[in-house]
Design a protein around this ligand. Structure first.
Ligand SMILES: CC(C)(COP(=O)(O)OP(=O)(O)OC[C@H]1O[C@@H](n2cnc3c(N)ncnc32)[C@H](O)[C@@H]1OP(=O)(O)O)[C@@H](O)C(=O)NCCC(=O)NCCS
Length: 338
């Protein structure tokens, strides 16, 4: 596990701008129940999901990433040409190369930015922010853009009821810069490739497809992923809070990866966080992978749930298997975000 706690006097770095974007099309549980053998009652009781957004046939990740990035840049009052780093965390880039980060650099435009995509499953956003934080704190970058987003609808088997009801499309973007005080207090990231076979995309790379596997659609062992997710959502948050010397009583807003309401409820109970301090929007978006945490943060800000100085705990987990937590002392003024 790698971790970082800002106790050594390194420069404070924070989110100075944030935006999110989801496709227009809403797919409800009732519509899904006409496509596969499922019901609204089953999906809501097992997952808490009521609807999700689905990209149009000609819509790719960059189509939602660009507006999200532009909103984040405007709110940060940063010109795109002043960005020196773009990281896009995703498992559904427009294509493997050119990277979606490079496409963003061209379109925004940010001609002086280093740009690359980062793969860490649904934990991608936390990994990407940790990396950008390190680069900005070390002085390698001054203005970094991290986009977390996925269009998982493109890699779902729409005849497999055990996976297609869980996921949706969406994207969030943040600008990271040095600030005077507050900002990210620490990160804790981990991975266990031994559990990789529980959540995988066969046929998506250089490994030949095994007989019988459908290429380029998500294969998942639901119960094993459920066990993993409930475990790491708690342990990752506890590890980071212990390192940073805070307890759940200090956390003003908890943003867990929005995969499943039952997984979130379990973590909230185990961690002992008050329910009114938990951000939940899985009912409206399903699991948007790398988009999940930044979309939730964006909606919490829009709802006025975050004040300057608030402590925000974010934890993601997903394919890899990977997990990661970040602790952030919010530095923005509330008015800036409404
Ligand atoms: C997928 C998940 C919701 C299934 O919930 P569950 O309570 O564990 O259900 P089970 O897997 O035990 O399946 C129970 C039954 O429901 C059926 N079922 C699966 N999907 C269904 C659906 N959409 N509608 C109706 N029935 C369904 C199964 O076929 C199974 O039937 P059987 O008992 O006749 O074999 C749960 O395992 C889960 O959330 N896993 C984690 C998934 C996740 O978050 N992945 C991403 C992590 S980033």
């Amino acid at each position: 596990m790698i971790g970082s706690v800002r106790t050594n006097g390194s420069a404070p770095v924070s989110i100075t701008g944030l935006g999110c974007q989801v496709p227009e099309r809403v797919l409800t549980n009732d519509e899904l129940s006409r496509m596969v053998d499922t019901t609204d009652e089953w999906i809501v009781s097992r997952t808490g999901i009521r609807e999700r957004r689905i990209a149009a046939p000609d819509e790719a990740l960059s189509d939602i990433a660009i507006p999200a990035a532009r909103t984040a840049l405007e709110r940060a009052n940063v010109r795109p040409e002043d960005l020196d780093l773009i990281i896009v965390t995703t498992v559904t880039p427009d294509m493997l190369f050119p990277t979606t980060a490079a496409i963003l650099g061209d379109v925004l435009p940010s001609p002086d930015a280093a740009a690359y995509d980062l793969l860490a499953g649904c934990t991608g956003f936390v990994y990407g922010v940790a990396q950008a934080y390190g680069m900005v704190a070390a002085g390698l970058s001054e203005k970094a853009l991290v986009v977390g987003g996925d269009v998982l609808s493109k890699i779902l088997d729409w005849t497999d009821r055990s996976t297609c009801v869980l996921f949706g499309d969406g994207c969030g973007a943040v600008v990271l810069e040095r600030v005077d005080e507050g900002g990210f207090l620490g990160f804790a990231l981990g991975a266990d490739g031994g559990g990789g076979s529980y959540l995988l995309l066969p046929g998506s790379g250089s490994r030949a497809l095994e007989d019988g596997n459908r290429p380029n659609v998500i294969h998942m062992h639901g119960p094993e992923v459920y066990k993993f997710a409930t475990r790491v959502l708690v342990s990752s948050a506890q590890d980071l809070m212990a390192k940073c010397g805070v307890t759940t009583a200090d956390v003003d807003l908890y943003i867990p990866h929005q995969a499943n309401l039952r997984i979130i409820d379990h973590a909230v109970r185990q961690l002992g966080i008050a329910k009114d301090r938990v951000m939940i929007n899985v009912d409206r978006y399903g699991n948007t992978s790398s988009g999940s945490i930044p979309i939730a943060l964006s909606e919490a800000l829009a709802a006025g749930r975050v004040q300057k100085g608030d402590l925000i705990l974010m934890t993601g987990m997903g394919a890899g298997l990977t997990w990661g937590s970040a602790l952030l002392e919010w530095t923005g003024e509330r008015e800036t975000w409404q």
